[in-house]
Each structure stands twice: as structure tokens, then as C-alpha cells.
Design a protein around this ligand. Structure first.
Ligand SMILES: NC(=O)c1ccc[n+]([C@@H]2O[C@H](COP(=O)([O-])OP(=O)(O)OC[C@H]3O[C@@H](n4cnc5c(N)ncnc54)[C@H](OP(=O)(O)O)[C@@H]3O)[C@@H](O)[C@H]2O)c1
Length: 302
């Protein structure tokens, strides 16, 4: 059979692929389209059955999509792409360096003589927490996560880096300021304890998600609690890694009693709640027996 591929913009015909078999996968169709249309490498293509339809998975075959005769498919150009890992590494390396730079109270931000005021102990603790969090994320990106997508639109690099780098500068500027006033010792250590627990929880969830997916695949399964007690949060929410991440920043805010840290926590909660609701909906749609008592990110609430 033959498959004509049209652009979703203007329905212009880009190629007609001949001698296509029902067992041909979307991945193979993308490679064949690229051979005919050099400006569209496979990572830039989103193939669809309808111009505004959902993107087809690379492992889908024409027969699994019920396409058995000559047909038309549509391709959306996703624009220039960049490696998923590259974006993550850039967005997490920035906060590490920016925070540690401001921790040294550079004259550029605080003027000459800022270092004559000795920092409070919580300022040192906060710098260690911030550095450990982003070092952990860098290491997880390299050695733990098994991403299903190799690339994402190039624009995300600028969007994500701006968010993380600028927020880091905003928080670090205030916590490291010579006029910063620390909270009481008890509050500092309660915040620190919460931060450590949530970081361990977040790591535990990432390891559990990794173990759900065999290496080199994009398999998705229903995550469940394991023998690690931190993972029991899977009994209550679909994205406990986000719950723990919010917990870490809430604890950091309590520990430093710093308003910019609180705003960073709220911004993160908003973004992760949007993603968690989307992932929760996708789980319920994909797995009919998905546990009913789970919420998306906040147990019993959201
Ligand atoms: N502070 C903030 O504003 C903020 C915002 C977002 C994230 N973060 C942090 O960054 C971390 C990673 O974020 P993320 O959005 O990439 O997390 P995520 O979507 O939960 O994914 C983490 C990893 O697990 C895989 N995965 C997820 N569900 C799976 C399933 N059911 N079966 C198999 N594999 C599965 C993902 O693969 P796929 O490639 O298939 O998704 C990805 O490799 C978060 O946990 C959080 O700590 C922070």
C-alpha cells in the first residue's frame, strides 16, 4: 500500500511512500519521510492520523492503528530539537554555580566590604542543601532517569534555564545578604530535617521509576510502593517525586524563613501540580485498573 504524508500546516503533500506494509512502524515511516524530505529529521516529526490529532508513538504499527489500505498521515514540524539530557544538565548546573557564586557575596551584588559581616550558620547549611539538591539532580539525569524522549524543542532550553537560573539568583541574593536575619535554631533544624527526608524520598521515587522501565525501552507501567518506606506515598498520589520536591522547598523555606524561597516553592508547586494532573489523567486513561484512591500530587487534596 502507499502512504501520503501531508503537512499539518496548509495540508501540503510532502511525500508519498510506496510499498508500505501493515507491519511498518511509525519509527520506520519517519525515517522514510526523512529520506524524502531532508529538512525533517525523525526527532522533528510528530506523525498523526488527523492534522490536529494526537502524536503517534514510534512503536505503533499501521496495523495496530487499524490502517490497512492506502492512506494519508499528517506530520507536524516540531521545530529545532535539542537533547533532553542536555537541557536538564544545563538547567541544573546553573543553579549550582549561581548559588555558590552568590554564597561568596561577590562585590558585584553586595558591594565592597560585604564579607566583613560573618554569615549565620544557617547560611552555610542552606548553601550545602542547595548544592546537594542540584548535584543530586545532575547525577540522577546522568545515571538514574530513563527518559522516553531523546529530544525536546530548542526553545525549552532558554525557557527552563531562565526559570531555574533567575529564581536561584533571587533566592541566593536574599539568603546570603549581609542583612539577612535567621529564624530560631529549633526552626532551622526542623526545616533541615524535613529537607533531608524529602530529598531521600525524591531519590527513592526516581529509583523506583527507573526500575519500572527496562533499559533502552519507553515502557510505562503503573508505579507501586516497594519495600522502601519512602515509596509508600505511591499509595496516595501518582507523582510522589513532585510531592517530595515541594516538601524539600517548603522545608528549605521554613529553615531559612526567606520570602523568595517561599515564592520559588509556590511556583514549583504550581508547575508540578499542572504536570501531575496531566500524568494522573494519562495513567487513568492508559490503565483501566488504575488505583482509584490516588490523587495527583497532594494526598487527599489534589
Ligand atoms: N522545582 C521544580 O520546579 C521542578 C519541576 C519539575 C521537576 N522537578 C524535579 O525533577 C524531577 C524529574 O522531573 P520529571 O518531570 O522528568 O519527572 P517524571 O516525569 O516523574 O519522570 C522521572 C523519570 O521517570 C520516568 N517515568 C515516569 N513515569 C514512569 C512510568 N509510569 N513508567 C516508567 N517510567 C516512568 C520518566 O520517563 P519519561 O521520559 O517517559 O517521562 C523519567 O525518566 C522531579 O521529580 C523533580 O524532583 C522540579
Amino acid at each position: 500500500m502507499q502512504v501520503e504524508i501531508l503537512s499539518t500546516q496548509g495540508s501540503k503533500s510532502l511525500a508519498t511512500l510506496k510499498n508500505v506494509l501493515p507491519s511498518t512502524s511509525v519509527r520506520e515511516l519517519k525515517a522514510r519521510l526523512h529520506a524524502e524530505c531532508k529538512r525533517l529529521p525523525p526527532c522533528r516529526q510528530s506523525l498523526r492520523l488527523e492534522p490536529k490529532g494526537k502524536s503517534l508513538g514510534d512503536d505503533d504499527t499501521l496495523s495496530s492503528l487499524n490502517v490497512r489500505a492506502d492512506c494519508r498521515l499528517y506530520v507536524k514540524d516540531l521545530g529545532p530539537q535539542i537533547g533532553w539530557k542536555t537541557v536538564f544538565l544545563a538547567e541544573y548546573a546553573g543553579p549550582l554555580f549561581v548559588y555558590l557564586w552568590l554564597y561568596q557575596r561577590p562585590w558585584l551584588f553586595y558591594g565592597e566590604g560585604a564579607n566583613t559581616v560573618p554569615p549565620h550558620q544557617v547560611v552555610h547549611i542552606a548553601a550545602v542543601c542547595w548544592a546537594v539538591h542540584y548535584a543530586k539532580r545532575l547525577l540522577e539525569t546522568l545515571f538514574v532517569h530513563r527518559f522516553s524522549h531523546a529530544t525536546m524543542p530548542l526553545f525549552n532550553l532558554f525557557k527552563n534555564c531562565s526559570y531555574y537560573w533567575l529564581f536561584t539568583a533571587y533566592v541566593a541574593y536574599h539568603v546570603n545578604h549581609p542583612l539577612y536575619t535567621p529564624p530560631r535554631t529549633m526552626q532551622i533544624y526542623c526545616g533541615l530535617a524535613g529537607f533531608i527526608l524529602c530529598e531521600l524520598g525524591n531519590l527513592s521515587i526516581h529509583v523506583t521509576l527507573r526500575n519500572l522501565r527496562p533499559a533502552g525501552t519507553s515502557v510505562r507501567k503503573v508505579p507501586v510502593a516497594t519495600s522502601n518506606p519512602f515509596t509508600s506515598l505511591f499509595n496516595w498520589v501518582s507523582c510522589p517525586n513532585y510531592t517530595y520536591e515541594v516538601g524539600s522547598w517548603l522545608s528549605f523555606t521554613i529553615m531559612t524563613q526567606c520570602l523568595p524561597a517561599g515564592l520559588f516553592t509556590l511556583a514549583g508547586l504550581y508547575q508540578m501540580a499542572v504536570w501531575a494532573l496531566g500524568k494522573h489523567r494519562a495513567y487513568k486513561k492508559e490503565f483501566p485498573n488504575y488505583p482509584r484512591n490516588r490523587k495527583a500530587i497532594l494526598p487527599f487534596i489534589l
